[in-house]
Design a protein. Sequence first.
Length: 185
Amino acid sequence: MEIARCLLGKMLVCEGVGGLIVEVEGYVGQEDPACHASVGRTLRNEAMWGLPGHAYLYFTYGNHWMLNVVTEPEDYPAAVLIRAIQPIFGLELMRERRRLHLLKSKPDDRHLTNGPGKLCQALALTGELNGLSLQSERLFLAEAASGLALPSSEIVETTRIGITRGVDRPWRYYIKSNPFVSYPN
DNA sequence: GGGCTGATTTGCT
DNA sequence: GCAAATCAGCCCG
C-alpha cells in the first residue's frame, strides 16, 4: 500500500487534460477477495498481471470506465484504483465531456472528477488505453510540482467503498480536506 | 445532506 | 443468467 499512498498528490494527464490525484484504493493479489484477480487470470484482468506503471482500465455497471495503475512486477496481479483527482488542466474540455450543464443539479466543478467513473469521462479514458504505459505520450503520470511526498498527517486511511467482499481492509487513502474526494468521512 | 433505486453493458460461471 | 471497484435523480427533512 506504500505505492497507493505515494500516488496521492501526483499529476495525472491525458492529452493535456488532467489534475492531481486526491483519492486511491489498493487491490492486491488473488488473495484479496475484492481484487478482480481473485477469480484468476482472465481476458478482462490481464493488464493487472502485466508490467507495473501501466494502466488497467475496465468497464462496469453498463456505463463506467475505471482507471487503475498496475503496481507489482509481472505475473503478480495488483493495482491502485484512481478514485478522484483535482482538476488542473483542461477544465473546459472536462466540463464539455461531463455535460454537467445538461444535468438537473446545479453545475459544480467538484462533480467533474470526484469519482472513478467521472474522472475517466472527464479525461476521456476508455478501454482503448488499457495496458498503456503511464509514461506514454497520451497518458502521463508525473511528480507533483513540489516533488515532495505528502506528509502522512495529510493522508486519511479508511476501508474501501463500493465493494461487497474484502470490505474490512483499510486500503483506501485520500488527501485530508480536499474538496474533490468522493464520500469523505 | 443522506438514503434509496433504476439504468445499462460486459465478462465470466 | 447475474453481479458489478458507479452515477444521477428522487424523496425526505
